[in-house]
Design a protein around this ligand. Sequence first.
Ligand code: DX5
Ligand code: ZN
Length: 222
Amino acid sequence: MVEILPSLLAADFTRLGEEIAHVEQAGVTMLHVDVMDGHFVPNITMGPPVVKSLRKITKTHLDVHLMITDPDRYAPVFIESGADSVSVHQEACPHLDRTLRMIQAEGALAGVVLNPATPVATLDEVLEFVDFVLIMSVNPGFGGQRFLPGSLRKIQQLAERRARFGYGFKIEIDGGVGIDNVAEIARAGAEWLVAGSSVFGAPDSGAAVRSLRDAANVGHLA
Ligand code: DX5
Ligand code: ZN
C-alpha cells in the first residue's frame, strides 16, 4: 500500500490545523514536516515548538525530515516534541550508524536521506536495521522544484537490495512528486510518497490526495 504524505511546508501556516484536518478527511495517515536550519540547506523553516503544537491537534504520524547540520543534537528534541519518525541526511552524519540507533533508542522510527548526488551504495552498512530510506528527488531546501528522474533508478536499486537480502525498510521519496509521476514512482518500489505543492497548492487538497493515492496504487500493483 502506498501512503501520500502531505508536506506541511506547502500548507498555509496561518491555518495549519484546518489544512491538516482537510487532508486527514481524505484518509491521510502520515504528515511530512520539513526542518531546515539555514546551514545544511539555504532556507529556515520550523522547529520543535511547531511539532509540539501539531502533536496537540493530531494523532496522525508525524514524519520529521531533518535538513540540519547537527541532527545528533536535535533529533531527541523533536522526538520529545512528538515526532513518530525522524530522518537524517547521510551527508550530515559522520557517525550514521550511531545516529540512526540513537533515534530508535529514543523511541522513533529512524530514516536516512540521500541527496540527489549521493549513491545508494553509501547505505549498504545500515540497510539491515534502518526503518526507512528517503530518496531526495530534488536538491533539498525548497518546495515546488522539478522531479529529478535519476531518483527512479535509486528507488529501484534500494528495492532490489531489500528483496535480495530480505530487509524490512520502507522507501520514501520527496520532491517534485505529482500526478504525472506517482505511478512510475510507486512502480519503481517506493511506498511513502511526500507531496507538498501538488497537495496544498491544489484547489482542494483532499481531492488531490485521493487522486495521487489512486494513481500511485495503480502503479504499485502494475
Ligand atoms: C524539500 C523538502 C520537501 C518539499 C517537497 O527540501 O524536503 O519535503 O516540501 O515539496 P514539493 O512536493 O513541492 O516538491
Ligand atoms: Zn522533506
